[in-house]
Structure formats: structure tokens, C-alpha cells
Design a protein around this ligand. Structure first.
Ligand SMILES: Cc1ncc(Cn2nnc(CCOP(=O)(O)OP(=O)(O)O)c2C)c(N)n1
Ligand SMILES: [Mg+2]
Length: 562
């Protein structure tokens, strides 16, 4: 078979597990879309706009490990690049492919549509370089295979997004056939000298320490470090906590798990154990203003062991070329048990507050909503938490073994969850039960992708928290800008269904109505069910109120005098 640039790309997509790629058509990418389709190796899934296309790919990458989005030049790509920034922030390898001007126009001085009206079309590639770990412009079909392989390799190795733009007259241009994918995706092995020195340094650091603890961060997921973390906790016997953003990255049913470490809004008893630990081992952690609750807990200022995806810092030394998983497993072989921190936590009797069932006919509250959602979680559930009060309710839930939580706390783009849930469900449903908690403000940014869930018969369950505005912002700093136009959120589903959709839009104003709605939602296997939950605008998590004050204080620090 004669390969073309587009078919080469299709083959590589299939070889790295991209069974579905996401797309929005544009005249710069139509031939490319044809080539990807004719290759027959990867299915094309369409989105309502390019921002949602980028986030759908990000969601697919959460389910399948890698993803691709195909957009048109400038007007498509610049929307998608916001989602690519999010994929970068969340360590998700998404391949963004943009159609681009015909090679005959390069250097011609001609002005093209979908540009800012200058004859220099290179600015998109330059901007993409800032948001990705590799970016290539294909203007010669002979170079295309090497360029495509290079960006794929970078995405796989670094677990970060990459960018390709393909001149619109080259997508069906002949090029070489693809060689074995192994040569593209083979991992770089850990350096054994660096590994053994790093482990020795860690063992020396832990010697005579009184209360070692283990903190799990988001970056262990992209380097498949979760099982190794469980092994290390078994060997150490110490207390283990996740961060708000890494909830579910360590099994909450594990006997060493004590809850969420989130500065002053940590789970009961957790902050004391971790802030008094003299030997925190931090696996893949990211300490930012949100995850430290406005810099109210700064563990990195103490002597700790920081284990990043590809390097370790311990005892004042930095060891590069050490894979997180290899280091954690090697350390697990050498540590001695020290369960002091865990015993101290157990002795405190601290635990997450139990949510009591409300009177079924009472007005629905966030607490009752959380209680009922927690009650439906099972080992196959994936719960998406959108930026907002949803974070705080979701993080406070206790998960059954196997249940997963997806959030976007580093990038924090409201509206991310609707398209990301769509992409995740394309990659994981019906094996995974996909549930989302989404605030009304966030939903208004990207609601269209519910129509794509209907189009693809995806059984997603959306809890729409209608509290009449931007509550998380209200708790940080209030003003008229936090009020929004109310929608008939449940009613929208009928509009998205048009004649043949299987989506369902339900309203719940009491605990009883919510119970009934959940039964209907769980039974609806042919499409999404949105349950619009009527909540009082003052009803929110107490942790959000506290966290909001701390973040507001951090935001309003006065400028340091010269
Ligand atoms: C793209 C983007 N634009 C603005 C913001 C700032 N922001 N963060 N959270 C919000 C409000 C979220 O409101 P909701 O989704 O209704 O959430 P809750 O009311 O807190 O449940 C805003 C406006 C943001 N995080 N992302
Ligand atoms: Mg809201």
C-alpha cells in the first residue's frame, strides 16, 4: 500500500492505541480527515467546537493514556490550544494536529483566510511550542515520517501534549511507510548508578527519623507509579495521604490511608500528622497555591524526599535519570517499618464526618446530594469533579476500591469537565460508570458536548449543581460578576435530543426526587442523563468557605516595598 502523510499518521495513531481521534472540520484539514478515515485504523469522533475537541482528547487520554485532536488553522487551533495548556498542566499526552496553509503560499506574500492577515503564517507554530513538549510543521512529505515519529515519541516519554501542523496540500502526498512502533515509543531505562545512589541517600535520610509519611501526588499516574506506591506503604507501614488533586490515586480502602492532605482544609487529623512528620516522602506531588490552600502548608520547605517522574531529590542532592516507579520499588526493598505516624492518627480517633440522610421531603442540600452520589459509587465508577464547590464535596467522599476521581485542579478551566467526560466516556464507557458533578457556571461554558454524548449514546450521569452562580468565586471574593443567568438545564436535553436522542433531563429539589432521578439515570444505558439539582446559593462545603478565605488572602498580599 502507498502511504500518504495522513495515512502514516493514522497508522501511528492505531499503533499507540488511539482507537478514536476527535475532530472539527475546517477547509485546511478536510483532506487530512479523509486520509485518517480511509486509513480505517482509527475512528473519527466529532465535537461542537475546538475548545471542547481539545478537552475531549484530554479526557480520552485520561481513559486510554494518549489522544489526538484534529482542528483547522488559527480559528480552530487557538481554541484548542487552551485545552492543550490544560493537558500540559495535567500531564496528559494529547497530539494536537492542525491543518495549515498550502506550501505554495509559504513565502508568497499572499494573505490567507483564517489568519490575522499577514503573509507570515508561522505564529501558530511558535505559540504551540510554548504549550507543548514538541512541535513540528510538515511542509515536505519526505520529512513527515520523522517529524510525526518525533512528536509521538516526545508525547509518550514526557506524558505531555505535542503539536503537528500539516500543509493542506500534503495530507494525501505519498511518503514512506511506517516502521515498527517500538522504535518510536521505547522508554529510556533508569540509570542504575543514579538509582542505587538515590536509594542509598533515601535510606540514610530515613535512618533515625521518627515519623515518616507518604504523600501521593498527581504525577504518579502518568508514570504508572500507583502500584509501587502501595508496595512502599506496605514496607514502611506509615500513614499515607493523597492531595485534593490526586484523590483515588491511592486506594482509600488501604489500611495505611488516612485521608486528604490539603493544608488547613485537610481531612480531620491529617494536617497534624503530616505537618509534624520529620520525613515526608512526596511521590509526584505538585505544591501550588490551591493545593497548599493559599500557601498555608509548605511541606517542601522542610527536609523531605521529593520523587518526580524522572528525578529524585533527597538529602540535598538531585538524582536525574531515575524513574519514579523504579526508585519507589527499590526503596520499598530497603526501608524498615515505622508505623508511628499511622498509630498516632489512629489514636486520635479522627475520621471523615458521616453524612446523615436528610428527610426525603426536605429541600435538597449539598450534603444530601453528596451522600447519595457516594452511595452510588462502585469499583467501576469514575467521578469527574468540575472546578467549584464540586471539588470540595467530591474530595470529602470515601471511595470503594477501584473507584476513580478525575479533576483538573492545576489548570482549573471551568467547563473542562463536560467535554473531558465526553472524551473519557468514548474511551472507557460502558466498562466504567462515568459520573460528573458540574456547577451551573461551569456548565454554561461547554454545554454543547452533552449533545455529542447523545449522538454517541454514551450513558454518562451528570449532576448539575444549580446554586445560581459562581459560588467558589463568591467564597474567594464576591461581587455582581458572580451572578449568572439561570438556565433550564434539564430542559436543554430535549433541545439536544431533537427527534431521536436518548438523553434525559431531570430535576431534583428534594432528597426523594434525587433518589428517583438516580434510579432513572442508572437505568438509562442509551444516553446521558442530566439531573439538575436545585441548591440554595448559600449552601456549600464548609471547606470551600475556609479555603476561599485562605486563597483570597494569598491573592491580596500587598506588593513588597522596594
Ligand atoms: C475558563 C475559566 N474562566 C473563569 C474562571 C474563574 N472561575 N472559577 N470558578 C468559577 C465559577 C464556577 O461556578 P460553578 O461552576 O457554578 O461552581 P460552584 O457554584 O462553585 O459550584 C469561575 C468563574 C475559571 N476557573 N476558568
Ligand atoms: Mg454555581
Amino acid at each position: 500500500m502507498q502511504y500518504t502523510v495522513g495515512r502514516y499518521l493514522a497508522e501511528r495513531f492505531a499503533q499507540i492505541g488511539i482507537e478514536h481521534h476527535f475532530a472539527v472540520a475546517g477547509d485546511y484539514n478536510l483532506i487530512l480527515l479523509d486520509e485518517l478515515l480511509e486509513g480505517g485504523r482509527t475512528k473519527q469522533v466529532y465535537c461542537s467546537n475546538e475548545l471542547n475537541c481539545g478537552f475531549a482528547a484530554e479526557g480520552y487520554a485520561r481513559a486510554r493514556g494518549i489522544a489526538a485532536a484534529i482542528v483547522t488553522f488559527n480559528v480552530g487551533a487557538f481554541s484548542a490550544l487552551n485545552a492543550i495548556g490544560g493537558a500540559n498542566a495535567e500531564n496528559l499526552p494529547v497530539i494536537l494536529v492542525s491543518g495549515a496553509p498550502n506550501t505554495n503560499d509559504l513565502g508568497s506574500g499572499r494573505i490567507l483566510h483564517h489568519t490575522i492577515g499577514t503573509p507570515d503564517y508561522s505564529y501558530q507554530l511558535e505559540i504551540a511550542k510554548y504549550l507543548t513538549c514538541a512541535a513540528e510543521s510538515i511542509i515536505d512529505p519526505q520529512q513527515a515520517p520523522a517529524q510525526i515519529d518525533r512528536v509521538i515519541r516526545m508525547a509518550v516519554l514526557h506524558k505531555k501534549p505535542v503539536y503537528l501542523e500539516i500543509a493542506c496540500n500534503l495530507s494525501n502526498a505519498p511518503c514512506a511507510a511506517p516502521g515498527p512502533i517500538e522504535g518510536v515509543i521505547e522508554e529510556v531505562p533508569t540509570n542504575h548508578k543514579a538509582l542505587s545512589d538515590a536509594v542509598d541517600a533515601a535510606v540514610a535520610f530515613l535512618k533515625n527519623k521518627k515519623k515518616p509519611t507518604l504523600l501521593i501526588g498527581t504525577r504518579i499516574r502518568s508514570v504508572k507509579g500507583e502500584e509501587a506506591a502501595v508496595k512502599l506503604s506496605d514496607s514502611l507501614g506509615c500513614a499515607v495521604a493523597t492531595m485534593a488533586s490526586s484523590k483515588s490515586y491511592f486506594p482509600e480502602s488501604n489500611p495505611h490511608y488516612i485521608g486528604t492532605y490539603w493544608g488547613e482544609v485537610s481531612d480531620p487529623g491529617v494536617q497534624k500528622v503530616f505537618d509534624t512528620s520529620d520525613a515526608m516522602i512526596c511521590l509526584g506531588t505538585v505544591f501550588n497555591d490551591y493545593s497548599t490552600s493559599g500557601w498555608t502548608s509548605e511541606p517542601y520547605k522542610k527536609e523531605i524526599i521529593q520523587v518526580h517522574p524522572w528525578h529524585v531529590e533527597v538529602g540535598g542532592k538531585s538524582f536525574s535519570g531515575v524513574h519514579l516507579r523504579d526508585f519507589v520499588l527499590a526503596l520499598a526493598e530497603k526501608v524498615t517499618k515505622n508505623s508511628k505516624a499511622l498509630e498516632e492518627f489512629k489514636a486520635s480517633g479522627a475520621k471523615r464526618p458521616e453524612i446523615k440522610a436528610a428527610n426525603p421531603s426536605d429541600a435538597l442540600t449539598c450534603a444530601e446530594l453528596s451522600r447519595q452520589i457516594q452511595g452510588m459509587l462502585n469499583p467501576h465508577s469514575t467521578l469527574f469533579l468540575e472546578t467549584g464547590d464540586s471539588w470540595f464535596h467530591g474530595v470529602a467522599m470515601t471511595l470503594p476500591k477501584g473507584a476513580r476521581v478525575e479533576s483538573e485542579m492545576q489548570w482549573g478551566h471551568i467547563g473542562w469537565s463536560v467535554p473531558s467526560v465526553f472524551g473519557y466516556a468514548v474511551g472507557a464507557a460502558p466498562q466504567r460508570q462515568v459520573i460528573a458533578m458540574i456547577g451551573d457556571g461551569s456548565f454554561q461554558l461547554t454545554a454543547q458536548e452533552v449533545a455529542q454524548m447523545i449522538r454517541n449514546n454514551l450513558p454518562v450521569i451528570i449532576f448539575l449543581l444549580n446554586n445560581n452562580g459562581y459560588t467558589i468565586e463568591v467564597k474567594i471574593h464576591d461581587g455582581p460578576y458572580n451572578r449568572i443567568k439561570n438556565w433550564d438545564y434539564a430542559g436543554i436535553i430535549a433541545a439536544f435530543n431533537a427527534q431521536d436522542g436518548e438523553g434525559k433531563g431531570l430535576k431534583a429539589g428534594t432528597g426523594k426526587e434525587l433518589e428517583e432521578a438516580i434510579k432513572i439515570a442508572v437505568a438509562n444505558k442509551k444516553g446521558p442523563t442530566l439531573i439538575e439539582c436545585a441548591l440554595d446559593s448559600e449552601d456549600c462545603a464548609t471547606t470551600l468557605v475556609k479555603w476561599g478565605k485562605l486563597v483570597a488572602k494569598a491573592n491580596s498580599r500587598p506588593r513588597k516595598a522596594d
